[in-house]
Each structure stands twice: as C-alpha cells, then as structure tokens.
Design a protein around this ligand. Sequence first.
Ligand code: DGT
Ligand code: CA
Ligand code: ZN
Length: 652
Amino acid sequence: MVSVHGWALPRSRRKEPPFFTKSQIISVLEQVGTLLQLDGANPFRVRAYENASRSLSAHEEDLWETVNDGLLIDIKGIGKGIAGLIEEAMKEGSWGGLNSLYEKVPKGLIEMLGIPGLGPKRIKQFYDELGIESIAELRSAAEDGALSKLPRMGKKMEERIIEGIELLARFTGRRRLDIGLLYGEAFEGRISSISGVQRAQLAGSARRRKESIGDLDIVAAVEKKNLEEVTEAILAIPGIAEVKGAGDSKISLILESTLFDETSSRSMIDGGVLAALGGEAWEELESNSTIDAQVRLVPPHVFAYTMAYFTGSKEHNVRMRQRALDMGLRLNEFGLFPLEGLGDMKGLEAAANGMPAANEKEIYQHLKMDWVTPEMREDMGEIEAASAGTLPNLLESEDIKGALHNHTTASDGAASLTEMADAAISLGWEFLGIADHSEVLNIGGRSIGVPQDLVFEQGKEIRKLNENWQDSETNFRILHGSECDILADGKLDYPENVRRELTHVVGSVHALGSWKNRDEFENTENLIKAIEDPTFTILGHPTGRIIGGRDGFPVDMHAVLRRMGELNSEGILKACEINASPYRLDLDWRLCKYAKSQGVPIVINPDAHSTQGLKDVWFGVQIARKGWLEANDVLNCLSGHEIESRMLEGRK
Ligand code: DGT
Ligand code: CA
Ligand code: ZN
C-alpha cells in the first residue's frame, strides 16, 4: 500500500547535483507506475516503470556514480527513456514530462489508494464505469450495492471496501501516544543535533502524555543569525514526507515512519484484538501512517515561554493568562510583561521588556505558583493546587515494583513462565502477577484460555519457582492469578473452586459484542455484579476501548467506581486496572482522581503478551501521573511481601 501523503514530485532543496537521492528516484518511479495505471496507460508502459523501480532498489552501487559513468542503461530493467528521465532529475533537478501526469490524475483516485485492499486497477474500473472520483462517492456506491453489480466484483469485495474505508478514516485523525512519541523523540533528537540549535524540545499533547496525539509541536532555541541555516538543515532531515510551509519562525511538516529506526520497539496488541480491528490491513495502515509536526524557532531567551505556551493545554493556558492579568501582567508565547507601558510594542520586541525566565519554573514563580508537571496541565484543578502549594507528589516509574496482569504461553502469550519471570527480575521487579486467559475465551473459533486442570498445574509450577527463589534468597515471587472473563450476565468464568485457587482474579470483558449492543444501565449492573463476586480482585481494561480502534462499551464508570469504593471501605479489596498497553490506557486518566476519591486502589498492568510487553508499564505510569496518582494510590508500589498479603487479606 502507498502512503497518501507525498503524492507530488519532490522538489530539490540542494543547490548542486545530484539533485535527488536514489530513494527519491525509486519512489517517483513507483508512483509513476501507479499513476499510469490510474490513467489507463498501456500495460507495457506501466510495467516498464514498475520494473525500473524494482531494479533500482536492488542496485547496490552508488546511483550518482552510475549516472556519471554513463552506465545507467546497462542496469537490467532500465530502458532508454527511463534512463534519460533519471539522468535529467539527478543532473538538472527537473522531472520532464512527469509533471503533467501528476496533475492529470484526479486527487480522489490517489486518496482511494489508501484504502486497504484496493489497488489502482479496481479504482480505475470504478472511475470508468461509475464515474467515482472520491472516497465519499465510493462509499455511497458501495452502500447502495452499485459496486457489486460490476463485472469481477461481488458482495464480499463490496463489504471489504466499506470496512477498508472505515479503517482508513480512523487513521487520518490522531495517533496513539506510543507512535506519537516514537516520531516526536526521533524528531526532537534530530533537531537537537543540528549545529546552531541551542536546544529543542517536544511540547504539545505529546509532552502532556495525552493518550492520542493530533500533531507534534517542537520548540527550538536558535539565534537569529543562524535561522536560515537551521531551517535548511531541518528541511533536509530524512523522513519528511511533505513540507507544508516554512517561514521565519515556524515550519509545518508531515513526517513519515522512515524518520525513526525500523527496529525501534513498538508496542504490540494481542492477536484477538488485532483481528477485531482489521488484522493485517490495520497493521499495514499503521506502518504507513504519517504524522504532522510544527517546529517553532525562537530566540533562546524566550524559549521557556514558548515551551510553556505550546505545551498547553489551551485550557491550562487560558487560566494562566487570566492569573497573569489578575496580577496586572500579560502572558504569551514570548514572555510576561506589565500591562502598562508597552505602547505599540508587540511580540519579540515587547519580550525584550518582559520578565526573564530561564526555565518554566521561573514563569510559574513569577505568577506565584509551583511548577506544574506537563502531564497535569489540563485545567483539572492544577491551577488551584499550584497556587495553594498542594500539588500531589506524583508516582514515578522507579516506584514500580511489579505488575499483576500478564500472559504466558499457557494462554496467548509468547513467553514461558520462567522467561516472563526473568524479564521481570531484570527490570528490578519484586513480583510478577500472571493472569492468563480463562477457559471460555476463544478467538476466531480457536480456544486460547487455560483449561481448569491446567490452572492447578500452573499453580504447582509457580509454587515451585517461588520456593526456589526463596531458597536462593532472591526477593522475587510470582503471584498466580487469572484473567477471568466477565460473561454477558455478569458471572465470572471458571467454577468458584478454581477461582479460589488463585491469588488474584482480574475480571475482564472480552466478548464486547453483546455489551456494545446493550443499554448502559444493564452493562453497569452486570459489571457491578461481577465485581461483587467474592473472588473478584481487579477490574481489567474497564471499558474495552482501543485507542483509534473502537470505543468501549457504554457503562457508568462513576457508578462502578463508587460501588468498588464501598466494598473497599468494608475491607474488601477491589482494585481498578490502568491497562498500560498504549492501545488501551483504560481506565481513562480523567477518571483516576475520582477512583482515588472513592478509595479504589489502582493497579497499572502492562497486560504483557511477551517479555518486551512488560515495558509498556511506562505508559501506564504516564497516565497515572496525568490522573494525579501518587505512589500510595497504586498497588504496584507495594513490596513483593506486601502485595501478596494484601491480595489474600482483601478477599472476603
Ligand atoms: P493535539 O495536537 O490536538 O494533540 O493537542 P495539542 O495540545 O498539542 O494542541 P495544538 O497542537 O493545537 O496546540 C499546541 C498548544 O498550543 C496547545 O496545547 C496550547 C497552545 N495553543 C494552541 N492554540 C491556542 C489558543 O488558541 N489559545 C491558547 N491559549 N493556547 C493555544
Ligand atoms: Ca499538537
Ligand atoms: Zn490480558
């Protein structure tokens, strides 16, 4: 599949040849092959471009050297015409006759290429036979059943196209936090290393650790005299799909995934969820998706103010500005100034007369506030707390001593019990809770849950491992739990005697279908019924949402948390999970404070399906911080001894 962005002939930013790189040439040749198909060109011409693109990809020598030695024509698969084109592009920086082809093909047809499973041939067919020129038109034709009446089409294909359109629509908006940070941190690193950049830092929603990111905001401190060369160097960073605008102080770009190392570790989602979201097509879209970025270039002395402004949130900024006004001051992205005496001065000119701030802390100090950590800047009470000196002492990653919901090969995990334990030990953890899926769970007809007799087997194995660690005085233990399905009627999977065997029961809804088609009252009632079961300890991924994938089922989480709070006040442990997988981040951070106010303990669970997956706990910590949680509120901060007794004593 092809990325929708960047469907334009590249323009060179170099002043001398070679004007384009080999990878730029390869990508143009590939695009031309596709455009020719959409244009209905002779198949031999189409193939010539496809072959040329492919043989250049396999060509190992330096392309510029090959061109200069006049050896281009000797490469198998490159004919005279295409060789001439490549030579012109590299030597003169122009694309000859290709401009008209790029202009000729309707933009809507190119956008349709982004629909998983839809290629140029079909798009051309729909265009020729039904006059379809946009995704919207394609969608209504599919919904009216017009597509399936065409030759070589059927109902199945039509349904797949509708699904593909829906999938694509979800990818054009926001990106998950993990993906946003992968791009953001790589880009921040690249910009920071440019000479002339004093410092560069990620701002915006990525710095605030929102669960999804609209676009990246980066602020760079640059002296005026270096502006031009720094701008040029930023525009030359590989991984930029498109430059939307580059002015004196702001550069707007679209980044593509070549920006970061392919081997950068990405978070994984378990197979079942992935299948529900669209499987391979979803993964394909994900790896081809881009992200927008804005870079602001500012003089070093205003950097802190610009960072504070573009970190946001907008709601936090509005409150900050009001607080400044109440003190007779004006606050903006350039500084903090007395309201009186500025005359006509604006922006940077006015900043010269403002109150200096070497860092954000000093800005908050000027406004008689404590520094607010970026995660909390959402106008959810932090302004008041920072003014009164009552900000919470937030949880830190280092406080985490273990987690309670993880999988092994006994269900759908990729690693064995001992492999998972070793990975946890090397993270410095004191405990690891194993909670494999319960019996009822099957995905696509394949059962992945642990049969009852194997639960007892797993228990024996865990006891043996725990004894070994105890004997060798290793401060580590496995807690034997299960991720028990909450059935549609609010009952838990497994007979009670099996559940009694376990240290902890993570109750989760997996068969989302029946919950999504039900009334909120009924869902809330059934969820509470499950929680009230005496063996139930932890509510797993409370709503079942997948960020950017699907909404959770309708449920009154306030009512659920209230009931859990009541039970806790009776000394019965009912904890709520923050599922730390960046696909989920469920419980939502907006509800954390409420959970805390009701006395519901939180557990941050990576829901790891591999040893790598344990690291996802970091995302959960970010979300817990965003939700104002302190180490005291989070069970992961208990020691290995404490957690075990807490689980056992809390069960009544
Ligand atoms: P996003 O990109 O939708 O995930 O969310 P943000 O928070 O990154 O928002 P964005 O990119 O529109 O703007 C970055 C920051 O710039 C935002 O958090 C606060 C600041 N900002 C943007 N527009 C305004 C505005 O109209 N007023 C104020 N006070 N601040 C703004
Ligand atoms: Ca943003
Ligand atoms: Zn799980």
